[in-house]
Design a protein around this ligand. Structure first.
Ligand SMILES: Cc1ncc(COP(=O)(O)O)c(C=O)c1O
Length: 427
């Protein structure tokens, strides 16, 4: 594939964006590519350049853009109305599908984004336990709430368990309510849980933190330590849900939390996310069950939106078909292996991390098992690699390649061609 060209129309849009949007964008990916359309595993920009899409809308488009079956279902629903605020059949059916699939899910509450789901999950366990502190892991991403933006990406990591705010504008008191532990250090995390067991409301973790796999036994250790003291364990499965396996990372790793959050795939490309978990904890959303004092008020204009739920339901139906996960893991595996081989051949100090459904290259040597190890990465090499890969027809974010059921052998071949250009740019 050849380098991309920019039309006058796209240049004008970039200019307008710079004028009317802070930093010239929506705040998501720092790209000057204006996407015009997507089909399956490809997108086209306004200039007509074609890309293999390894961004996949940051994960929701796991079955591909404009999937004909999803489109048909959505069109039919849109013709019957787009939002009601009241209960609707697609949302009820989606909740039932989640309960069938996800081990910890006995009940489901819908919201519109992963950020909301995580913020409510933390509030839910605080209300359930009648305690306030939440333990999270350094480098763990749980959306953009005040509580989540603690030690997500500290430039100068502090001493555990002190939380470091990731953004101005967060009240100082919030940091005091969060405890930070090192990911993949079971001993340290368990020691913190033990030491703070009487003030801990819950523990929240990405079961696969960004692109870092949990060490064998790590999630099990968290499960044992929290269970021993009746402290709810929350798995943030916004990314991993229905992606690592139909039942998510909890099925994949065989560890069942008390509560999980879901997003991305379950909305099929529309704004929908969920909190799912044990019925006795979810009961706090039911005034009739728990009474006025324990009731957790929760309302959202678009919660359980019927169009989003219809899209999500159709995606889950597609993912239930035999061989779906085998296929996407094989596709991603081929990309990872190909890229690893190129780095090796070129003698570049980098490695491919993640798993077949989401991976990236990190220009650092040595095992990457926690956030601090990622700080060793050569950021300038990362920038050169990403720029070359994009210029050669792959759309990716700075931190991750998402692989979907939609990606074909031709997509793999073209992605590997762009990766070769990326490796050439850093070699
Ligand atoms: C693990 C995790 N949790 C939460 C979120 C936030 O989800 P949203 O962007 O829908 O608010 C994300 C988004 O990427 C995520 O990766």
């Amino acid at each position: 594939m050849t380098a991309q060209t920019r039309s006058d129309r796209e240049s004008a849009l970039v200019e307008t964006a710079r004028r009317v949007l802070p930093a010239g964008g929506f705040g998501n990916v720092p790209l000057e590519i204006i996407v015009a359309e997507g089909r399956a595993g490809r997108v086209w920009d306004v200039s007509g350049n074609e890309y293999v899409d390894l961004l996949l809308g940051s994960g929701p488009m796991f079955v591909g853009h404009a999937h004909p079956e999803v489109l048909e279902a959505v069109r039919e629903q849109v013709g019957r109305g787009t939002t009601f605020f009241a209960n609707s059949e697609p949302g009820i059916r989606l909740a039932a599908a989640i309960v069938d699939a996800v081990p910890c899910a006995e009940q489901v509450r819908f919201v519109s984004s992963g950020t909301e789901a995580d913020a409510y999950a933390m509030r839910l366990v605080r209300a359930f336990r009648g305690r306030e502190k939440i333990l999270k892991f350094e480098g763990g991403y749980h959306g953009m709430s005040d509580y989540s933006l603690m030690s997500l990406a500290p430039k100068r990591p502090g001493n555990f368990p002190r939380a470091i705010p990731d953004s101005p504008g967060i009240p100082r008191s919030v940091a005091d309510e969060m405890l930070i532990a090192p990911f993949n250090d079971a001993e340290a995390a368990v020691a913190l849980i033990e030491a703070h067991k009487d003030e801990l409301a819950g523990v929240i973790v990405e079961p696969f933190q960004r692109l870092i796999a949990p060490k064998p036994g790590f999630l099990q250790a968290l499960r044992r330590a929290t269970q021993a003291h009746g402290i709810p364990l929350i798995f943030d499965e916004v990314v991993t849900g229905f992606r690592f396996a139909y039942g998510g990372a909890q099925e994949y790793f065989g560890v069942t939390p008390d509560v999980c959050t879901l997003g991305k795939v379950i909305g099929g490309g529309f704004p929908l996310a969920a909190i799912a978990g044990r019925a006795d904890i979810m009961a706090l959303f039911d005034k009739g069950a728990v009474g006025e004092d324990r009731f957790l008020t929760q309302i959202g204009t678009l919660s359980g939106n019927p169009v989003a739920a219809t899209a999500g339901l159709k995606c889950l139906e597609i993912l239930r078909r035999p061989g779906a996960y085998e296929q996407v893991f094989a596709t991603g595996g081929a990309m990872m292996e190909g890229l690893s081989g190129m780095l090796r051949e070129a003698g570049v100090a980098g490695q491919v991390i993640g798993c077949p459904v989401m991976f990236d290259v990190i220009f650092a040597t040595g095992e990457v098992t926690d956030y601090r190890a990622t700080l060793r990465a050569d950021a300038a090499m990362g920038r050169r690699f990403n720029a070359a890969v994009r210029a050669h027809g792959v759309l990716k974010s700075d931190g991750k390649c998402y692989v979907g059921l939609c990606h074909t052998e031709a997509d793999v071949a073209d992605a590997l061609g762009a990766f070769r250009a990326g490796v050439g740019a850093v070699g």
